[in-house]
Design a protein around this ligand. Structure first.
Ligand code: ADP
Ligand code: MG
Length: 254
């Protein structure tokens, strides 16, 4: 089924808004159960890539695309793709924690409930597993009925991750998930990503080269919609091949 061997693969994928290109023939592959970072300055097309992959851009007017975007070797834009199923398989966490105005428990149970899980025991088990995987269980297990919005920013971001994990995704997309967090919470989320990468395929978007280096996975450097460089963090940060990569990681541009 996976002809390429990649969990996610872009093949000369381009995406435009109103005829203006945001992604220009980008090609790269993300291995299953790995941590992959997309690094680049604002406007380089990072969010566009994530939204294209789980088709959150479907309702945006006047977009066009070419090339292919594959999940398990199958184009996510193929006619027979069930978009709801695609979004279950490819979960997304946004920059700002977005807790629903309900309890911690209900925030995590929301997705499974919507997918028809009714059993209280199953929901309790699912919620505990997801909160544990998101490294939040110990902090909240005694107050699951508390409104989620009373948690700190860092906790709410881990709650958002738990909510994404609760529907058992295969791929987790994170769009600058630590941009609103303090340095300690940021490191905590990064550590969590390295752990989760054993069980999920993680695509982590950041504008921060230091964060890409700390995450220590494979890195794609996007600049003005183009893929400039692709490699492991170690390679890219010790020996960048492209001048634009070098300028970006040394803080000369972006
Ligand atoms: P990044 O996440 O790297 O900051 P984006 O993917 O958000 O980049 O944006 C890439 C380019 O596409 C930018 O020039 C941006 O203005 C444009 N763009 C993004 N979303 C839209 C939209 N809904 N309509 C029109 N242009 C958009
Ligand atoms: Mg963005």
């Amino acid at each position: 089924m996976k002809r390429s061997g990649y969990k996610v693969e872009a093949v000369e994928f381009s995406y435009s808004y109103g005829g203006v290109p945001a992604l220009k023939q980008v090609s790269f592959g993300v291995k299953q159960n790995s941590l992959f970072t997309i690094m680049g300055p604002t406007g380089s097309g990072k969010t566009t890539f994530l939204k294209a992959l789980n088709r959150l851009n479907d309702l945006v007017d006047q977009t066009s695309r070419s090339g292919r975007l594959l999940l398990d070797g199958k184009d996510v834009y193929a006619k027979d793709v069930d978009v709801a199923d695609l979004r279950r398989r490819v979960g997304m966490v946004f920059a700002m924690p977005t807790s629903l105005p309900m309890s911690i428990f209900e925030n995590v149970a929301y997705g499974p409930r919507k997918r028809g899980v009714k059993s209280k025991a199953v929901l309790e088990e699912t919620v505990e597993k997801a909160l544990s995987a998101a490294a939040l269980w110990d902090e909240v297990k005694d107050r699951l009925d508390m409104p989620a919005q009373r948690l700190s920013g860092g906790q709410q971001q881990r709650l958002a991750i738990a909510r994404a994990l609760a529907v058992q995704p295969e791929v987790l997309l994170l769009d600058e998930p630590t941009s609103g967090l303090d340095p300690v919470s940021t490191l905590r989320v990064e550590e969590l990503m390295r752990q989760l990468a054993g069980s999920y395929t993680i695509i982590f978007v950041t504008h921060d080269p230091q964060q890409a280096a700390r995450l220590d996975g494979e890195v794609a450097f996007l600049f003005m919609g183009e893929l400039i460089e692709l490699g492991t963090a170690r390679e890219m940060f010790t020996r960048p091949r492209d001048k634009r990569t070098e300028d970006y990681i040394t803080g000369k541009v972006g």
